[in-house]
Design a protein around this ligand. Sequence first.
Ligand code: MG
Length: 304
Amino acid sequence: MCTVCGCGISVDAEHSNNPGHAPGKSSHDHSHPHSPGHHHHEHDHLPHSHDDHEHDHQHDRTAGLLDFGNGRAGVHIAGMGQERTISIERDILSKNDAFAATNRVRLQNARVFALNLVSSPGSGKTSLLVRTITDLKDKWPIAVIEGDQQTSRDADRIRATGAPAVQINTGKGCHLDAHMVGHALDRLSIQSGSLLFVENVGNLVCPAAFDLGEAHKVVVLSVTEGEDKPLKYPDMFAAADLMLLNKSDLLPHLDFDVSACLAAAQRVNPRIRSLTVSARTGEGLAAFYSWIEERAYAVADPVP
Ligand code: MG
């Protein structure tokens, strides 16, 4: 998770109003995540004889692969042992889970149905939300929490629909955490019985690990991104209950294989549901709204 880029290391959520980072903490000041012996391995092979071709071909198959996924933490942080890294990772997530549990109770008490939208940057989350709010706002009270590293552009777009929105700027942080969302809930005047959409920071990796107290994570994947993304970034697709394949209006211009993408997502998460949608044309959105409403009726209240 986030200890790879260092983004969660300085989280002191109980005592900080800026829980993402301590001042001066660089997200990318770690050294290269391989052992000192690694280069020797490569250099040893530079003056390689070509007498043994079979050996060469076997070596070629793995020569370009550096796999750091097999260790317990699977990461290296300069000056920090694996045990310490694991303990920090566990600590960050357990603190986050406690805040998420508080948010969840708070949302339940307010009868608010919350979805956490996660994706890469540029998948169309904000456009999808603007369209969804426009289509559903006469039927449901809706509020939005926007997460971005900088600017309030997305919250401004949401407010233009008439829905209340709070923008969280994470600075160097690459994900929202439950503590930030708790503060946003303090500021957002959410009507009881609302739908709440949380738009996470565009990042297909770190937001997967952070429960915000939502009812469901919804992963948005645009068809311009490639159908193998669920296999490359499995944690996100494993954490989501619904995948929205967005920008379907572009499919005639692309080689994107929808069924291969669904198969990839289901290989990572056999329970995941999938809908092909276009925020631009509205294709598939009725099915998305049904998916929301089937779950929201148990929690929230439609406008009478
Ligand atoms: Mg956005």
